[in-house]
Design a protein around this ligand. Structure first.
Ligand SMILES: Nc1ncnc2c1ncn2[C@@H]1O[C@H](COP(=O)(O)OP(=O)(O)O)[C@@H](O)[C@H]1O
Ligand SMILES: CSC[C@H]1O[C@H](OP(=O)(O)O)[C@H](O)[C@@H]1O
Length: 408
């Protein structure tokens, strides 16, 4: 239909959807709405008024949508996203949307419409609990990560996959926005002026920055498994009995704890934000308790499922040495804490804030929640090497908010 790349208008997206084989009948009455609310891409929701059939067309723009054309960005992220979704579908097909079609010329993917789900971040802001979430996310993490790692794959095949998912431009965004810019006076930063003192104390904390430098190096060099790469609560869609992980355009081979840490960070951001959101005090306490219990269950579910996969599949004599899998899981727990710490702080100080905090008014109340997020983030990084179990991680959050600790 198009000879070279062009960003589609709503009208062009409708014609394009019409032309997709086997999707819509010739007499379909297609209605289209651009629903993209992320930082990067166009997302068209196209529905046939007659049959009720629908599809999502996601198209990469040659720049970062949130900043504009002054921030050029690779269209290859669209290939990475389509391939990562297909890779995940091999292991956890019920936890990702189906990819119907990928068009490399237009950097466009036709994806299953999940409009009966909502973005998890929005659900959490409203104080909604999702009973299936911990079970589903722990399965997603254990299976997508184990099955793409050296613990499962033939070493040759694993290295081929590393090559397939080389994603330098998207990684550079994370390297800058998560691991460097928030910790000095960078132009990309944007934070509430009321928390300047807390931010400057981070900029002046050499011990903290030294640890962040180690975490950045791990992100850049440790090709442990194929990560989602941006697994925040805006990349997860939910309804009561279903969880779907979307948007893996930052996928690459990196340290497992980066994906686990992304989820934990965003649940903890919700936790601090609910100190301010307008739920009644009783409901708020119960919801915050649920958030921490969910973080713990995601970890324990991940650990149990990872161990089961390990016992079933690992054959290498040296890796079967007693205690080795325990060492790996302990390192992942500590990485999870460290990466979660960075991911919390970047959302307070750096580019691309999160609605959980942004929606808090007035600025004084928001500043309290933001300061708590910074305190938890720092403690997660600084204390991570002494952690042995997940309740010690969540206790850091309880302590900062002055809640009772887990009984030992
Ligand atoms: N498969 C889908 N079904 C329904 N809505 C979707 C789907 N994928 C994305 N969306 C909507 O589009 C928004 C942006 O999508 P996302 O993949 O996060 O884009 P970006 O990469 O720009 O962040 C999501 O917040 C969600 O509301
Ligand atoms: C300039 S990209 C900023 C930020 O946006 C991405 O998130 P999303 O695509 O889900 O909106 C990612 O977290 C990047 O760090």
């Amino acid at each position: 239909m198009f000879e070279k790349y062009k960003a589609l208008t709503e009208k062009e997206a409708v014609s394009y959807a019409h032309s997709l084989p086997g999707l819509f009948a010739p007499d379909a009455e297609l209605l289209n709405k651009e629903i993209g609310d992320g930082n990067l891409n166009l997302v068209f929701h196209i529905a046939d008024q007659k049959s009720g059939k629908s599809v999502i067309l996601k198209q990469a723009l040659p720049y970062a949508r949130v900043v504009g054309e002054s921030w050029p960005l690779t269209l290859d992220r669209s290939r990475i996203e389509a391939e990562a979704l297909k890779q995940a579908a091999k292991r956890v097909s019920s936890l990702v949307p189906q990819v119907y079609f990928y068009d490399s010329q237009l950097a466009l993917t036709a994806i299953e419409d999940l409009s009966d789900h909502i973005i998890l971040r929005k659900g959490l802001i409203a104080g909604t609990r999702y009973p299936q979430l911990a079970e589903d996310l722990s399965t997603y993490l254990a299976h997508t990560l184990f099955y793409t790692s050296d613990y499962y794959l033939d070493p040759q095949e694993k290295k081929e996959k590393v090559r397939q998912f080389i994603n330098p431009e998207m990684c550079k965004i994370t390297e800058d926005l998560v691991f460097t810019d928030p910790y000095y006076n960078a132009d990309t930063n944007s934070f509430n002026p009321l928390i300047r003192e807390s931010v400057e104390s981070i900029w002046n904390n050499n011990e903290l920055k030294r640890e962040i430098a180690h975490l950045k190096e791990a992100f850049m060099t440790r090709t442990q498994a194929l990560l989602h790469g941006d697994l925040h609560t805006g990349s997860i869609m939910v309804k009561e009995d279903s969880t779907k992980v979307i948007d893996p355009e930052f996928a690459y081979y990196g340290p497992i704890g980066f994906d686990v840490g992304a989820i934990v960070a965003n649940l903890l951001l919700s936790y601090v934000s609910h100190e301010a959101h307008s739920l009644e005090p009783d409901k708020r306490e119960a919801f915050q308790k649920w958030l921490l219990e969910t973080s713990e269950k995601i970890w324990t579910g991940f650990e149990t499922k990872f161990r089961t996969l390990w016992e079933k599949h690992v054959k290498d004599e040296i890796w079967l040495t007693e205690g080795y899998v325990d060492d790996i899981l302990l390192q992942i727990l500590r990485d999870t804490a460290g990466f979660a710490g960075c991911k919390m702080m970047r959302r307070v100080i750096g580019l691309a804030p999160v609605a959980d905090l942004e929606l808090i008014e007035p600025a004084e109340v928001r500043a309290e929640a933001e300061t708590n997020a910074l305190l938890i983030g720092q403690q997660l990084i600084l204390k991570r090497k002494s952690l042995h179990k997940v309740s010690e991680l969540t206790d850091i959050a309880r302590q900062v908010l002055g809640k009772g600790l887990t009984v030992k």
